[in-house]
Design a protein around this ligand. Structure first.
Ligand SMILES: Cc1cc2nc3c(=O)[nH]c(=O)nc-3n(C[C@H](O)[C@H](O)[C@H](O)COP(=O)(O)OP(=O)(O)OC[C@H]3O[C@@H](n4cnc5c(N)ncnc54)[C@H](O)[C@@H]3O)c2cc1C
Ligand SMILES: NC(=O)c1ccc[n+]([C@@H]2O[C@H](COP(=O)([O-])OP(=O)(O)OC[C@H]3O[C@@H](n4cnc5c(N)ncnc54)[C@H](O)[C@@H]3O)[C@@H](O)[C@H]2O)c1
Length: 535
């Protein structure tokens, strides 16, 4: 049975849900009316028990530091309950049906569409019914102290925790790690904020499927949710301000995805902006302006039952007391490669995850969490002499090692600039790592680009009758290494990691030529790419 364990490391998995969660991250939390005399003190205090905070806390505690993890809502954060896990659960049934339909012998067994009630029920299981009891057990099992409540800094290494109308002082002997994540950014312009729009939270936790859904934004949330709700039976209109989907990916990826969505009945309107919005009993009324270049140029009145605003996120720093330590609330917390916040004296403030604006995915945030955890565990190692490896202590961790650490050491998040993987779980899937061709050129690299039709490899013909896909790699000719790769097609999500390994390892292409892909798999495309490059 699926669980929301994506957030956790290898030390446990959360259990099944028992009751519905009432917590919602809306509105400003109240400050407590009562002040407790109690003062709690820990070596390290981590604010936010999302996937990233959990991992940072766990890692930091491994040399024996006392670590508190503070959470105002659900332990497990956005990913487990309103983001990665429920969205993937909503997408999976449509994927499985499409895969079966493309294989003669299996296709005939597919006699209907997606079973909406079963999909929503499975999503509820995956989110543990928005109950964090299992993740709490994991936190306790990891030897961390969980503090429930909303935390605000009140100065260097000190905080106030507000829980059930009571304020408690919390002190950090060595460090505070901010891992408070991000919230959906709803634009003020166009009146969208005033029509009770869905954000990703309402979309991923929906218990009914709107007959007509308008989606604003063609980024990752927009295209995944357009796919999911089209599968569930909504008539979906995707309104995109720019001229392509997934603007951070190679252009061919967004183009292939737009074609596939249109083929499945989604209306994709590019260069379309919402300029006015209202809601009444008939639904949400949107005034959409199409740029003249678009075929449907002019102004359109669109009515939908719900509108999902998927126009990006902003760091959750507004109500954190940042002003008490000389920082400006509301913005991202700028960090260096050791995840130390810039512009704060004393080396005590760190930040990881979405709140830094440096990473926007769980996996990359957890990478930064492992780095910051090791930095803290080594820098503030409480063991006499330090540096002794034990069962819980990451191998080779030492105070001296951390002090002299450089790029690609365990104490520096070097991959954030070199090799960030992203998978978009649409149909086709889109996956990429490293810079696009254009980004690599802008960075001044001597760029070579090689592409190959993924549908042309033997593994594709085994996968399905009508497999379509494409892979494109970006090569740094000066060093003869891969710096980026993009995959589009069914089942490409798990192909990405091979490219990530090649980029991080800076494997020369003449050496990569010796990495033989198995036959007949989709990975045979690696051989074809190298051949296409004249190897
Ligand atoms: C719809 C959607 C789908 C996604 N799908 C994927 C995916 O498939 N794969 C992927 O890698 N990424 C995905 N992401 C991105 C991923 O969800 C985020 O990158 C990830 O959740 C960031 O983790 P975090 O721990 O930094 O923040 P969060 O998960 O937001 O956790 C922060 C925690 O801090 C708590 N908090 C905030 N302020 C305070 C305070 N003052 N005091 C105490 N607690 C506080 C919050 O309640 C929250 O629990 C998706 C995002 C969305 C919106
Ligand atoms: N599979 C995954 O890994 C996954 C899935 C979903 C989300 N995420 C992460 O969650 C984060 C948020 O995703 P997202 O899709 O909300 O953000 P995004 O930044 O990927 O896309 C937002 C889109 O909205 C557009 N936009 C911005 N302001 C607008 C406005 N006023 N009007 C119209 N369009 C506007 C932008 O041009 C952009 O195309 C990202 O970091 C993403 O990587 C990851």
């Amino acid at each position: 049975m699926p669980t929301s364990s994506s957030a956790l490391g290898d030390r446990g998995a959360p259990g099944r849900a028992l009751r519905r969660c009432r917590g919602r991250r809306t509105g400003r939390p109240r400050r407590g009316g009562n002040v407790s005399n109690e003062v709690q003190e820990f070596d390290v205090v981590v604010l936010g028990a999302g996937a990233v905070g959990e991992n940072a806390a766990d890692r930091a505690s491994r040399t024996g530091l006392s670590v508190a993890l503070v959470e105002s809502q659900l332990v497990g954060g956005e990913c487990s309950y309103w983001a990665c896990m429920p969205s993937k659960a909503l997408l999976r049934a449509g994927d499985a049906l499409a895969a079966a339909r493309d294989v003669p012998g299996a296709a005939a067994a597919v006699t209907g569409g997606v079973d909406v009630a079963a999909v929503l029920a499975r999503r509820d299981e995956v989110t543990s019914h928005w109950d964090d009891a299992g993740q709490v057990r994991w936190v306790e099992g990891a030897g961390l102290t969980l503090l429930r409540g909303h935390a605000r800094l009140t100065g260097a290494r000190e905080l106030v925790l507000t829980h059930e109308d009571t304020d408690t002082r919390v002190l950090a002997r060595h460090a505070v790690v901010v891992a408070t994540g991000s919230v959906a950014a709803v634009p003020r312009a166009g009146g969208l904020a005033d029509v009770r729009p869905w954000t990703s939270r309402e979309a991923t936790s929906a218990h009914t499927v709107p007959p007509r859904l308008a989606v604003v934004g063609g980024g990752v949330v927009g295209v995944e949710m357009a796919t999911a709700f089209a599968d569930l039976g909504s008539e979906v209109t995707l309104l995109v301000r720019g001229d392509r989907l997934l603007p951070r990916a190679e252009p061919f990826a967004g183009e292939a995805l737009a074609r596939a969505l249109v083929d499945r009945g989604v209306r994709v309107a590019l260069r379309a902006s919402v300029v006015a919005a209202s809601r009444d009993d008939a639904g949400v009324h949107l005034t959409v302006e199409h740029e003249p270049r678009d075929a449907s140029a002019g102004t359109e009145q669109l009515v939908a039952d719900e509108v999902l605003v998927a126009t990006g996120r902003r760091p959750a720093t507004e109500d954190l007391g940042l002003e008490t330590v000389g920082l400006t609330p509301g913005g991202a917390l700028e960090v260096d490669d050791a995840l130390q916040v810039q512009g704060v004296e004393g080396g005590w403030l760190f930040a990881v995850g979405d709140v830094t604006g440096r990473t926007g995915t769980t996996h990359q945030g957890k990478y930064d969490a492992r780095v910051v955890g090791d930095v803290l565990a080594a820098r503030f190692d409480p063991r006499p002499g330090g540096g002794v490896d034990g069962p819980q202590v990451p191998r080779g961790l030492s105070r001296e090692g951390e002090a002299g650490a450089g790029p690609w050491s365990r104490y520096r998040a070097t991959a954030d600039a070199a090799a960030v993987p992203q998978v978009v779980f649409t149909r086709p899937q889109v996956a990429w790592v490293g810079p696009t061709e254009e980004e690599a050129r802008r960075a001044g690299l001597d760029v070579g680009v090689v592409g190959y039709d993924l549908g042309g490899v033997a593994g594709a013909s085994v996968t399905g009758e009508h497999y379509e896909g494409r892979v494109q790699v970006v090569v740094d000719r000066a060093r003869d290494v891969l710096v980026g790769a993009t995959f589009v097609g069914p089942d490409v999500a798990d192909m990405l990691h091979a490219a990530t390994v090649a980029v991080v390892g800076e494997v020369p292409l003449h050496r990569l030529w010796h990495a033989v892909p198995s036959y007949p798999t989709l990975s045979e495309v690696w051989l074809r790419l190298l051949e296409a490059d004249g190897r």
